[in-house]
Design a protein around this ligand. Sequence first.
Ligand code: 13P
Length: 255
Amino acid sequence: MARTRRPFFCGNWKLNGSIAESLALATEVRNGVSTVRDVDVAVAPSFTALHAVAKRLEDGPVAVAAQDCFWEDKGAYTGEVAPAQLVDVGCKYVIVGHSERRQLLGELDAAVNLKARAALKAGLTPIICVGETLAERDSGETLGRVQAQVDAALADMAEADLSRVVIAYEPVWAIGTGRNATPAQAEEVHRFIRSRVAARSAGVAAQMRILYGGSVKADNIRVLMAEENVDGGLVGGASLSAESFVRLVKEGASV
Ligand code: 13P
């Protein structure tokens, strides 16, 4: 069956890397994926390396994502970074609502919505992360939790904006644990997410890319990508080595 949605793989480097290390990794990724067709690839370095990496990757096949943004354009918000500033340094995407921010920094659904809408207004594509904890999965609350996160994140978005959104399903128990969701577990939630988006717009839902994240590697991406509603990956640990990320992109794009 031909894919209806272009696969997308984004490396989330989290809190890792000097400018020099980030440049070296970005350059290797760019060189490694340059021959891969019909795929979108992005890397998300730390704020401190964004400008240098974006310059290095300019006009190439790999786009740059930030790992977070604020929702205001400017003002007395010490330590925050505005979406327009991310555009200014060369970002195309921004990750919002990552579970590490939700869990460690108390980020709430309402803030994720504000960030996603501010990103869209500035011309960025938000990659909105959702996912349940192990306790929520074990008590049968997975779909309820994901529904609440998706509905809140997409609230008050016009259809034209909604059509630019990417969602990443990242079960918290699968992040950095080496224990990834089975393809069937991922597909169940991805299908559910698409149905929530379809309640807003069937057309948007059909073309929205929904990425899976959580211990994704080159040797497990193929079975995940074989699922109808898995359109790519948001990759942590395996994106910190160019060799493993490039292999993952090649494997994932060829399914
Ligand atoms: P790992 O791939 O290291 O499990 O991290 C996933 C993630 O959080 C990507 O945003």
